[in-house]
Design a protein around this ligand. Structure first.
Ligand SMILES: NC(=O)c1ccc[n+]([C@@H]2O[C@H](COP(=O)([O-])OP(=O)(O)OC[C@H]3O[C@@H](n4cnc5c(N)ncnc54)[C@H](O)[C@@H]3O)[C@@H](O)[C@H]2O)c1
Length: 488
């Protein structure tokens, strides 16, 4: 954590204490460190939730959440007044929707069960931790944190709170990701040796040049709060509305897009993560003042574990790919390959015959006649006819059902766990951080031009001069939600 971050948190606590003395309920300052289960939610109760950050994804998340029964949006926090106004018409039609610029007012409301944290990345850890301390269940957008050193504090807060927390890489709840997981677990493609995945784009909006409202000013939005723990600077509407382009607030293409690819791979393979991460790239096309690259590739080494063999993963984002774009993930094993996107999946299976064959593009033709005859004699003795035929290449296609709604299903998993008082979501903070850490390491690798060594078991960065520990379980791993007990 940087020192400006600490100063910021201190001033936030002071401001919070003031809010508390002014009569709001008190998750801040003088309140206990953690507020245990404020309220049990019975199966018939509606889960009352609030969205913090009602920008593009805040709207998509809120709508996806509301496609589930038994839930209700009751409050919204955002820093731009236009978005609070828009939320009132979009979500508050027949009733009053509580809106505020200050998320702490939402955390202080005892009748709110859950919050969706859908702010820029640099706010994720602060709001998530404060919400867990205030006794809220939390759905936090990806990437869970902005920097490598912020993940453990979130995990710690989640464990201490006993609350449900889920990270929002909703694609893993799609039918095709679930099918890919089933196939890999069933051993259909044999031991995995290589994974590649790309996420290319070529458009201004795809490259994050989002529209800026003409009324943007320090009157209509809270610039100082937006900056949070980022360096102070004068108001700049581009930075507020296109924050992804700046490393002070976002996490670049790695945190925006690699994270989806890695989350999918971790989900499908049950891996804990890579031990060695290297990335490189450059700013090739979108030279609009951004300080993050628009072309980036990374190579990650995943060590052998109880769950999988060692494999290499190569990821790419190219925001200036003017060719035919085909974004897929390929998981390659020694008996087959799975190629999948959110909507469909193709598995190709090929098994080699035991007999290696000879002749053709081979050294056999360079032998003398007597040596050839002796070779064939020995080959026939070693490989009877039944070992010589390869099974035909099989291609199996899986189409996701047309009404497959991964986003709503991801929320269904969150809400089900909230109702049960369980911490066991499909993407809990331990899983979320294990997926986020390699992408944050990509940024560190890119900006500092170095290889990052990571221990995915203990979730700690390794000293480059020390040998990385294997992920096979020498150290005691931090428990995932599946290993933690239910709340009382
Ligand atoms: N899961 C996905 O597929 C997916 C897709 C897009 C974005 N995201 C994630 O969602 C998050 C938001 O992205 P976006 O595209 O919606 O950004 P956005 O800029 O459209 O919206 C962010 C909103 O947060 C508000 N905000 C900023 N700081 C705040 C604070 N301290 N308190 C309350 N509100 C605050 C801003 O006013 C803004 O309206 C990011 O973390 C992003 O990575 C996830």
């Amino acid at each position: 954590m940087q020192s400006n971050r600490r100063t910021f948190i201190k001033s936030l606590s002071a401001a919070s204490a003031l809010v508390a003395t002014q009569g709001l309920a008190k998750p801040f300052g003088v309140a206990p460190a953690y507020i245990p289960n404020l309220k049990k939610i019975s199966p018939n109760d509606k889960i009352r939730f609030a969205t913090i950050g009602m920008g593009i994804q805040g709207n998509f998340d809120t709508n996806a959440a509301l496609r589930n029964p038994g839930v209700e949006l009751v409050a919204v926090a955002d820093l731009y007044d236009g978005r609070l106004e828009h939320a009132k018409t979009a979500f508050g039609k027949d009733r009053s929707l509580f809106t505020t610029r200050d998320y702490r007012e939402i955390l202080a409301k005892p009748d709110i069960d859950a919050v969706l944290v859908v702010t820029p990345d640099h706010w994720h850890d602060h709001i998530t931790i404060a919400a867990l301390k205030a006794g809220k269940n939390v759905y936090c957008e990806k990437p869970m944190v902005q920097h490598l050193n912020e993940g453990k504090a979130v995990i710690d807060a989640w464990k201490k709170s006993g609350k449900t927390m889920q990270v929002g890489s909703q694609r893993i709840s799609s039918a095709s990701f679930q099918e890919a997981k089933r196939l890999v677990e069933a051993g259909e493609i044999g031991p995995i040796n290589y994974i590649e995945s790309n996420s290319d784009r070529f458009s201004a909006i795809g490259a994050w040049q989002y529209s800026i409202p003409p009324d943007a000013s320090t009157q209509t939005l809270d610039w100082d709060r937006f900056l949070g723990d980022a360096p102070k600077r004068p108001f700049d509407a581009k930075r507020f509305f296109r924050w992804r382009n700046y490393k002070d607030y976002g996490t670049g293409v790695a945190g925006d897009l690699f994270i989806h690819l890695i989350t999918g791979v971790h989900y499908v393979t049950n891996t804990m993560g890579p031990t060695r991460i290297y990335s490189s790239g450059n700013l090739a096309y979108w030279k609009d003042g951004r300080d993050v690259p628009d072309v980036m590739s990374c190579i990650m080494d995943y060590p052998k574990t109880d769950q999988h063999d060692a494999f290499q993963m190569v990821l790419r984002v190219n925001f200036a790919n003017a060719g035919k774009i085909s974004n897929v993930t390929r998981i390659i094993g020694s008996e087959g390959q799975i190629e999948f996107s959110e909507d469909n999946l193709i598995m190709t299976k090929k098994k080699l015959p035991a007999a290696p064959g000879y002749d053709g593009y081979d050294s056999f033709f360079t032998f003398t006649e007597p040596v050839k005859q002796e070779f064939v004699k020995q080959y026939d003795a070693q490989y009877p006819p039944e070992t010589r035929t390869a099974e035909p290449v099989k291609e199996i296609k899986f189409e996701a059902p047309k009404n497959d709604d991964a986003h709503a299903k991801h929320f269904a998993n969150f809400f089900d766990n909230v109702r049960q008082g369980s911490q066991g979501t499909i993407e809990d903070p331990v899983f979320g951080f294990r997926a986020a850490a390699p992408v944050l390491a990509c940024n560190e690798s890119y900006f500092e031009k170095k290889v990052v060594y990571w221990d995915p078991v203990t979730m700690t960065q390794q000293n480059p001069s020390a040998k990385p520990k294997s992920a096979s379980g020498v150290k005691k791993p931090i428990a995932t939600s599946k290993e933690t007990t239910k709340k009382s």
